[in-house]
Design a protein around this ligand. Sequence first.
Ligand code: GAR
Length: 233
Amino acid sequence: MLAARADRGRRGAGAISLNSGRCRAAILISGSGSNLQAFIDQVARHELALDIVQVVSNRDDAFGLKRAANAGIATRCLPHAQFADRESFDRAMARALDDAKPDLLMLAGFMRVLSPWFVAHFEGRILNIHPALLPAYPGLNTHQRVLDAGERWHGSTVHFVTAQLDGGPGILQGRLAVRPGESAVVLAQRVQAIEHRIYPEAAALFASGRLEYRDGMAWLDGERLQQPLVRDF
Ligand code: GAR
């Protein structure tokens, strides 16, 4: 790890970093891993300057583990059911992650609620992507709920993770217009295609040192982000 990154690790969340080294990213998954694949592909095409140092899953049948193995990325699987409680699972996961010395953790379809202990351990270094325009529609089944409510707009949000579920400061949103009569399946596919664009974009901002988390807020180029950046698709 080069000096600037080691410095960020020592000083904790929010430290200004010159980021002279490549960002070491760990990606947490529970399922298909299409967002993971987007990261793998962009890194391979030299469109995203970070190193994916580890992929961790809480499910041994997650297809994303195969995607990672195919790309030569180290994987760890920690089935959550084998642990007595949420925090003991999180502590085991943190030990595995700490071994890989990540600068950044990205939740990519990781469907476990993280304990406050875990979030504090990696404070300011965890991103999540959620398939809705937060703060609207936290939680599950977002696409159907958006259709049921007759919303005109939908999309996905990249945000910093805090102890509040789907509640951390927003960084980047991809937005689309809901089409009349479309199904939740089609809407989900369209939202996922957007995710594969905006998540790497947000990761690149963090990896370059332009984006950071400080005092419970997201900062971009030293300015507080009052609301997430929005990309229309
Ligand atoms: C993504 O659409 C992501 O937004 C969602 O899971 C999907 C994972 O897809 N995450 C959540 O719902 C978290 N609350 P993937 O495994 O193909 O990347």
